[in-house]
Design a protein around this ligand. Structure first.
Ligand SMILES: C[S@@+](CC[C@H](N)C(=O)[O-])C[C@H]1O[C@@H](n2cnc3c(N)ncnc32)[C@H](O)[C@@H]1O
Length: 340
């Protein structure tokens, strides 16, 4: 007879094997999500104002002959992941048959294209083959170091975007959608933070959505959206915001304060290029942030008052308050040691 220990061992081993199979096909979840966005499944259900059948979904898909069994399999997977609901109802002809109706959930509401706050462009961008290719270099990066995106595409992401209009648009639209969500939460909570700021430059501001949100709430601010020329060239006009193209490692436009969001991946360049006095504070701060943010694996959104009385104010949650305290502490240490 098998001992309890042997049974536990066998059970654990089987579970382990099942988990390997799940992980092996982990990409299928991302691809199903991306397909849902590409087929606009959430939009189709939303446009009916409530749950609908498979054939109603199919008739909303932009295809003259959608493959219904394929769609059924995709819907089954999306329902299992909680992206849609599925409920059986007696069929309308009164027979014994039941038909399944699919509805939206809290997840799929973030996939609506025409919603003001949507993650649909981000889902498409992050799961695009250009963005997925670098993941195949993960092991190589561990062995040899280096940057996965450059290994996959032969140049850094910004060069790639400057040469590939489709990628540039995908990337900028994706970031803009996620940024709109962050800024909608952040700007009203930051309350007094912008009162004394007359001009604000968003460094690496993408197509300007973040600074536009700030200026909309604080119209006394003159907003400057600063990013690489190929990015600002595609930026829409926003009231109170001017777009300036350039390279932040060379110079940044003058303003009372500097705002940066999700621009920290440039840290390697920061170290590689000589510092200029005018950018000293910003560079130092970025160095500190890179240290702290890397430790916390947390994307930081920060507001910096660039001047003698340097201060960083930001803080939506306790976790981020902790992050700030650590940045502040490191900043003071470095200032004392003068070792930056
Ligand atoms: C991760 S995106 C963040 C965009 C925006 N801040 C947001 O959160 O939506 C980083 C941005 O930095 C810009 N960028 C990269 N290198 C830059 C440089 N040397 N000078 C100015 N902008 C740069 C990119 O074009 C990109 O728009």
């Amino acid at each position: 007879m098998e001992s309890v220990k042997e049974v536990d061992e066998e059970e654990g081993s089987l579970r382990g094997q099942a988990q390997v199979w799940q992980l092996m096909f982990g990409f299928a979840d991302s691809m199903a999500l991306k397909s849902a966005v590409e087929l606009r499944l959430a939009d189709i259900i939303h446009s009916h104002g409530g749950p609908i059948t498979l054939s109603q979904i199919a008739s909303g898909i932009d295809s003259s002959s959608p493959d219904i069994p394929y769609l059924a399999r995709l819907m089954r997977m999306l329902v299992r992941k909680g992206i849609f609901t599925a409920n059986d109802h007696p069929s309308s002809d009164g027979g014994d048959d039941h038909q399944t109706e699919y509805g939206l959930t809290h997840i799929s509401k973030w996939l609506l294209h025409d919603s003001e706050l949507s993650l649909a462009p981000m889902v498409v961008m992050e799961n695009n083959p250009w963005q997925l290719a670098p993941w195949h270099y993960l092991a190589n990066c561990v062995k040899q170091g280096g940057i996965a995106f450059e290994k996959a595409h032969g140049c850094d992401m910004w060069d790639f975007a400057s040469r590939n209009r489709e990628f540039n648009k995908l990337f900028n639209d994706g970031l803009a959608s996620a940024t709109k969500i962050v800024m909608t939460a952040f700007v009203p909570r930051y309350k007094d933070g912008f009162d004394t700021v007359r001009s604000l430059v968003d460094v690496g501001g993408g197509t300007g959505g973040a600074i536009a949100e700030i200026v909309k709430t604080y119209p006394h601010i003159e907003g400057i959206n600063f990013d690489l020329p190929h990015v600002v060239a595609t930026a829409p006009d926003y009231d109170g915001v001017s777009h300036v193209g350039g390279n932040m490692f060379e110079s940044i436009p003058n303003a009372d304060a500097v705002f940066m969001k999700a621009g920290l991946q440039h840290s390697s360049l920061l170290v590689a290029k000589p510092m200029k006095d005018s950018l000293f504070v910003l560079r130092l701060l970025l160095k500190l942030l890179v240290e702290v943010v890397t430790t916390h694996s947390l994307a930081a959104t920060i507001v910096v008052n660039d001047g003698d009385n340097l201060s960083i104010k930001r803080l939506l949650s306790t976790q981020q308050s902790l992050l700030w305290r650590e940045i502040d502490c490191k900043w003071r240490q470095k200032k004392t040691l003068k070792n930056c």
